[in-house]
Every structure is written in C-alpha cells, then in structure tokens.
Design a protein around this ligand. Structure first.
Ligand code: FES
Ligand code: MG
Length: 593
C-alpha cells in the first residue's frame, strides 16, 4: 500500500474508539498533516502506521546517571512489542530523570521540574495514551503528577527492584545497610575496610533499591492505586517476568485508548484510601505521604494529612521487609508480592474500597481475590504482624501547627512517648560541625532538633531527618533517640524520627525558634508534638528575626532555585508548586505553523 496512501477520514477508527487525539496531527490531507507525517517518516515509518492507529507515548526516565533506571531501554523495547502487537504505534520519548543517588542537593528538588517536563511533553505531542516507565524514588511521583495533569489513558510500568544485596555471606539491603554500617564504623565495631567492601555487594543487579524504601513503596502505591498491572511492584528488575509484564502493559494501553479509560477514572479518592491502607501494611516510606498528596492534587482529589490517621492508623504492618523488618524485595515477590498482601487485607475487611477500578478494567479486588501466598514469614498474618499499628503517625501541636509525621514501624516503642530537652542545630552544616564534638551537651534522653532542612530551607527538603547519633552516645551503645526536623528521611532509614514539620523553619514555622534546653514532648500515640514554652514567649521569639531571610536571598540569585523557593508548597500540601496543582487536561494545542 506504499503507493496507495489514504489519509484517514476524521474518526476513521474502530467504532468504539473516541476520535483519536493523534488524528489532529496525522489525520489531515493539508499542509499541517503533511508536515507532521513527513518529519516522522524520516524514522522509516510506513504510511499505514498513520492510518488511525492509537499512538502510545512511552515516557522514559532512562539515564545512566539514574542507575536504578539504567535498564529502561530494554524495558521500553518490551513495552513496544506489546503496543505493536495490539495494533498501536509506540513513540518513546525521554524526560528529566530524577536519580536519587547522584542528584544534588536532592532529587526532590527537581521532582516538580520533571513533572512539568512530563505534562508539557504529553500535552504538546501526538499521543493517545501513555506508558510511564518509572523506578527510582522520585520518578514515580513526578511522572504520575505530570500525567495526572493531562488525564489521558495512562499506565505505569516500574523497572523493578535489584536482587538481594550480598556481603560476606549475608543478605544486605539497599540504603539500610549503609546507615547500619556507618554507625558501626563510628562506634568502632567494624573497620573502614569492611565498610567499603560492602559497596559492590549491595548493588549487584539492575533495578531499584531492594528494601521497602521509597522506590519500592511508590511501586506498591502505584499498584494499590490501580495504575499498573498486578505484580508490577515486586518482580525483580532482571526477572524475565518483569519483561512479560512490560509486554502485557503494552497490550493493555492500546485497549485503554479504545475504552477511553482515562487516569481520572482510576485515580479516585477511593484509590488513594486503598493506597494509604496499603502503605501501613507494607511499612512503606514516609515520602509516600508527600507524593500521594501531590499526585492527588494534580488529579483534583482532596487528600489531607489527617486521612493518613483516619485510614492508616490501626493497620498492622504485615510485610516483613527492611528497613522495618528482615527481608528484601526478592523474597517479597517470591512470597506472593503485593496481590497477596491486598488479598490478606481484603479477606479481613481491611481493604477500604474493593471495587476501585484499575487500569486492566477490573476492580482491585477482582485482581487479587485469588492471589496465592507462599511464605508467611515474609507476608505475615494479620494476627502475627511485624508492627501492631503500622499506620503513619500524623503529629500536631505548637511545634507543628500544620503537622508532622513519624513512621512507627521504624521507631523504638519506648521512645514513641518521650519528653526531653532540645539539642538544637540551626541547619545541616551546624549539625555536621558539632554532632561528634565530645563537649556537646547531650545524653540519650535529649531530643535532637534540626532546622532549615525543609522544602524552602534546603531547596528540596533533604533526606537528612534521620540524623546520625552523636559518636559518644553510639560508643555507649545508644541505638535510637528522638529526632525532630523539617527534613524528610530516606525510605531505607529508621529510628524515632519526626519529619516534615510544617510550616518549616524557613517558612516562619515555630521550629525556627526552638532553643537549646527547651523541653519538648512527643506523644506519637496521641498524635502530639509540643514545645513546652509559653505562647507569649513563642510569639516574642518569632517576632525577633525573619527566618525566611536566607532563602529569600538565595532566591534572588535566580535560576530554577528561584522558581522553586518562591512557589514550593509546604510538606502537608505535598511540596508541589502552587501553580501546578490541578488537572489541565490534554486538549490539543494550536498549530505552530
Ligand atoms: Fe534509586 Fe533507591 S536510589 S531506587
Ligand atoms: Mg530513597
């Protein structure tokens, strides 16, 4: 048919398919249609590919600087096979890749930038549906945020976790082992040589962190939200079944275009409530609190910090994975993966919305009701949980008027209710300079407080909230202390750590005026975080200086940092930019010519 090219009449697609968006580019016989097709043809695309097939964008976060996503060219090839087989046409495009391990000051700083890239790339280009290739922590929320603001038929394919780390005959988990070993070096328990030799063993295959860190958490969030096929969260990156899932996802996205199954039909309030419950059951990362809020905000779904209390609290953590527990993602998959967890929750009437729709057109419950479970140690029963109440603790009080969070499964039970005197660090540099000072006035009952590490203060809200303990206390055998900051912490970290204090110090929150020796009471069970200082004194202290001065000064130097500092919302609002919240749809923009 090379010689008989026929421009499809408008709407010349299967009867059930809505008029394809891509036909606005490729479906006309005028000057514009010529131009759109002609340049694409330089890639060797025959005429018939333009004759009304759904065009599927594959949004790829491949980058060799994002090692967790460095195998994504191969992943994309398998998605393409599935798209072609189902009668669609795949077009792969790159977007900003947020690599957690290399990017400074933190990949969180550029999460919103990546989401803008994704949103504009989807809306401005000829595509009818989108497959999001995600893996490393921030790539999942960034792509879902951008896609939600467009609301095309969309599904997620995750890159999958690394195989178990191995070191000296033992399994070691991404990130978690780094925190553990570095404390052991400081306490004089192991040599620097031993520490260094764990590096290669920790990351020995393609994929994301193999602990229940933020990447695995967000993969589980995507699956429980219903925006991926079942088992997407846990199949190891190098397991052939990961590539089968990619192929089947390619098949499915084409059907979704024919069914007009848009993201907004899946990302409902019910879906987010399922995800919050799931997060408690898996012992997921505190970062999910911020990311789910940001994704919901893009979809126009109201999600509040207190929903985490309402939906999550009282739910046992049954997935026994590091950092809270023992095992790693490989074992999680072999034990039955997330479908087995969801089935267990559902059978105990603890899955809030079984009828929530997922991208395969079935309900969440239909997808998991027969899911097999092979290992009760890894996925424990609800009456023998890892943590009795694994839901995220949302804290409030005069120290965090807009909230703070604490992950109980990572905390020491005895410290969940604790009163102690503040040892204050004005910022992360101050902390680093003084934490190991032998003269620092601190004991195991003290509360470590760090300021200016929030979204504005650090530009991106660094993962420094799990401040390492003073060497002199580590040497005495102290393993945990209450720590409070406006920072985040890595999903691979642990400890009795109060995070995301809002408003942050650099936005004028009361955290800015905590002083050495102030008494602080944390009562995680009651959801309270209070500075025992009279209100008048607090007001007086707050009036004495503007904690925003430094970030305002830095903002004045320009660049993306200026946009970031001037528009980033606080942690309780998901740290999105104020002007990005909401769904703007994917109406076809005007021509350029
Ligand atoms: Fe990329 Fe952990 S650093 S997933
Ligand atoms: Mg992380």
């Amino acid at each position: 048919s090379v010689s008989s090219y026929k421009v499809p009449a408008s709407g010349d697609t299967p009867a059930s398919t809505p008029r394809l968006r891509s036909a606005e580019w490729f479906g006309t016989a005028d000057k514009n249609g010529f131009m759109y097709r002609s340049w694409m043809k330089n890639q060797g695309i025959p005429d018939h590919e333009f004759e009304g097939k759904p065009i599927i964008g594959i949004c790829n976060t491949f980058s060799e600087l994002t090692p967790c996503n460095a195998h994504f060219r191969k992943l994309a090839e398998h998605v393409k096979k599935g798209i072609l087989e189902a009668g669609g046409y795949p077009v792969e495009f790159p977007v900003f890749s947020n690599g957690e391990s290399n990017l400074r000051p933190t990949a969180m700083f550029t999460r919103n930038l990546a989401s803008m890239d994704v949103e504009e790339a989807i809306r401005g280009n000829p595509m009818d549906g989108v497959v999001l290739l995600v893996g490393c922590d921030k790539t999942t929320p960034a792509l879902l945020m951008g896609a939600a603001s467009c609301d095309l038929p969309t599904l997620v394919v995750t890159g999958g976790p690394m195989l178990n780390g191995k070191h000296e005959g033992r399994d070691i988990g991404s990130g978690t082992v780094v925190w553990k070993l570095s404390e052991q070096v400081k306490a004089g328990e192991i040599s620097l040589h031993e520490f260094m030799s764990a590096e290669a063993g920790m990351s020995r295959s393609a994929g994301t962190c193999n602990t229940m860190g933020t990447a695995s958490t967000m993969a589980c969030m995507a699956e429980s939200l219903g925006v991926s096929l079942p088992h997407n969260a846990a199949i190891p990156a190098v397991d052939s079944r990961r590539y089968v899932l990619a192929h089947l996802s390619g098949n499915r996205i084409v059907e979704m275009v024919h069914e007009d199954l848009k993201l907004s039909k899946v990302l409902t309030k019910e879906a987010f409530e399922n995800a919050i419950r799931t997060n408690a059951a898996i012992g997921g990362s505190t970062n999910a609190v911020i990311h789910l809020k940001a994704i919901a905000g893009r979809m126009g779904v109201g999600l509040e910090l207190d929903d985490w209390n309402r939906i999550g609290r009282g739910t046992p953590t049954i997935v026994d994975l590091q950092p809270s527990g023992r095992f790693l993602m490989e074992e999680f998959y072999y034990a039955g993966g997330l479908p087995a967890v969801l089935r267990r929750l559902g059978e105990a009437y603890r899955l809030p919305h079984k009828k929530a729709l997922t991208i395969n057109g079935k309900t969440l419950w239909d997808n998991v009701r027969d899911a097999p479970l092979y290992n009760d140690q890894v996925i424990r029963s609800l009456d023998n949980p890892l943590v009795e109440d694994g839901g995220m603790c949302v804290l409030r009080g005069n120290l965090a008027p807009k909230g703070a969070v604490l992950k109980p499964s990572a905390a020491t039970p005895e410290l969940m209710h604790h009163r102690g005197r503040a040892v204050v660090f004005e910022n992360f540099d101050d902390y680093k300079a003084r934490i190991n000072d032998p003269d620092l006035e601190v004991d195991e009952h003290s509360v470590l407080v760090m300021k200016h590490c929030g979204p504005r203060g650090y530009h991106g809200m660094a993962e420094v909230g799990n401040m390492g303990l003073p060497s002199k206390l580590l040497a005495k055998g102290v393993t945990d202390m209450v720590r409070i900051s406006d920072a985040r912490m890595s999903g691979t970290a642990y400890g009795t750590v109060v995070l995301h204090v809002a408003p942050e110090a650099a936005a004028g929150g009361p955290l800015a005026v905590v002083q050495n020796g102030d008494w602080i009471e944390l009562d995680a069970y009651a959801g309270k975080l209070n500075l025992e200082v009279e209100e008048e004194v607090l007001v007086q202290r707050l009036a004495e200086g503007d904690p925003r001065a430094t970030s305002n000064h830095i903002a004045s130097q320009g660049g993306y940092r200026q946009l970031y500092i001037e528009h980033v919302l606080q942690a309780d609002e998901g740290c999105d930019f104020d002007f990005l919240v909401g769904c703007r749809g994917a109406d076809v923009p005007r021509h350029s010519h």
